[in-house]
Design a protein around this ligand. Structure first.
Ligand SMILES: [Zn+2]
Length: 309
């Protein structure tokens, strides 16, 4: 199975400030893990910058231009809300993160590769069309989904989000359009407080909440019994994964007890559905994950499953 790894050093240049959990060290840990011999077969490329027109498929042009006009100098970042910052390198990092998704979609939809993983930051799934939020500036997966539709004629695009936090930004971008699909498992109560099971969009949004302390068996159960059957029924032309690894037992920001083997299992299930409906095409994008050791190990398991699954 050919797998493309997209990243860019500019994604290390974005800072939310000293001591912030969403740090450049996260991406360093992921990239170091993907240097192991197991990953010698990865096809590696640099992420391009998304264009303003590509971002405008999700975000109003005034939002894009206003965000990119924020150009802090060196030093401490400018905080856009209580936990989302922009530093000197953030604009390019955000454009590369969204651009990675665009390039990944181009690669899998043209048949150059079957799957792609985007090792990028800032993450994207909390960014709503009109506001940055929760460490996120642009909605990377929603921009990638819209690109698949607009540039490649993919009729139905599904996003699968197993980050421990609800993908409120993806839901906001998708909830009125039945050609898009979101399945999300997340801890509740937890940030950002949305994602109740009753939030269903136009019948295209599927939220599954897990209580603090839920383990890998509970995590697998909501996917096996509720979310994956809906994904299968949607018959996607492309699957995009919001791959956050902060449901891991070691993660400091939430209280679930998911382990590497659970991420391996879920990734293989997703690949199986992709094989049945869309020639195996999966684009996965890094979201959260704040324990560096757990993040590196979980990402390695996920990427290996994308290569083999
Ligand atoms: Zn998260």
């Amino acid at each position: 199975m050919s797998l493309l790894l997209l990243t860019h050093r500019a994604c290390l240049g974005h800072s939310n400030g000293e001591g912030h959990p969403e740090s450049p060290d996260r991406l360093r840990a992921v990239l170091a893990a993907l240097e192991a011999e197991d990953f010698a077969g990865l096809i590696r490329d640099e992420a391009p910058q998304a264009t303003e027109a590509q971002l405008a498929r999700v975000h109003p042009p005034a939002y894009v231009s206003a965000l990119l006009a924020i150009r802090p100098g060196p030093g401490e970042p400018l905080m856009l809300d209580g936990d989302t910052g922009m530093s000197e390198g953030s604009a390019e990092a955000a454009l590369r993160a969204a651009g990675a998704g665009i390039a990944a979609v181009d690669a899998v939809c043209s048949g150059d590769v079957t799957r792609a993983f985007c090792a990028v930051r800032p993450p994207g799934h909390h960014a709503e069309p009109r506001r940055p939020m929760g460490f996120c500036l642009f909605s990377n997966v929603a921009v990638a989904a819209r690109h698949a539709q607009a540039a490649h004629g993919v009729a139905r695009v599904a996003v699968v989000d197993f980050d421990v936090h609800h993908g409120n930004g993806t839901q906001a971008a998708f909830e009125a359009d039945a050609s898009l699909f979101l399945a999300s498992s997340h801890q509740s109560p937890c940030y950002p407080g949305t994602g109740d099971d009753s939030e269903t969009g136009v019948g295209n949004i599927f939220n599954a909440t897990l209580p603090p302390g839920a383990d890998g068996a509970a995590f697998r159960a909501v996917w096996a019994e509720r979310l994956l059957p809906e994904l299968e029924a949607f018959a996607p032309g492309l699957i995009i994964v919001s791959a956050g690894f902060d449901a891991h037992a070691r993660d400091p920001l939430a209280q679930l007890r998911v382990r590497e083997a659970d991420y391996d299992w879920l990734t293989r299930q997703i690949c199986g559905i992709a094989d049945r409906h869309c020639a195996g095409r999966v684009v996965s994008m890094l979201e959260g994950g704040y324990d560096l050791e757990a993040l590196a190990a979980s990402t390695a398991v996920h990427v290996r499953a994308l290569m083999l699954g």
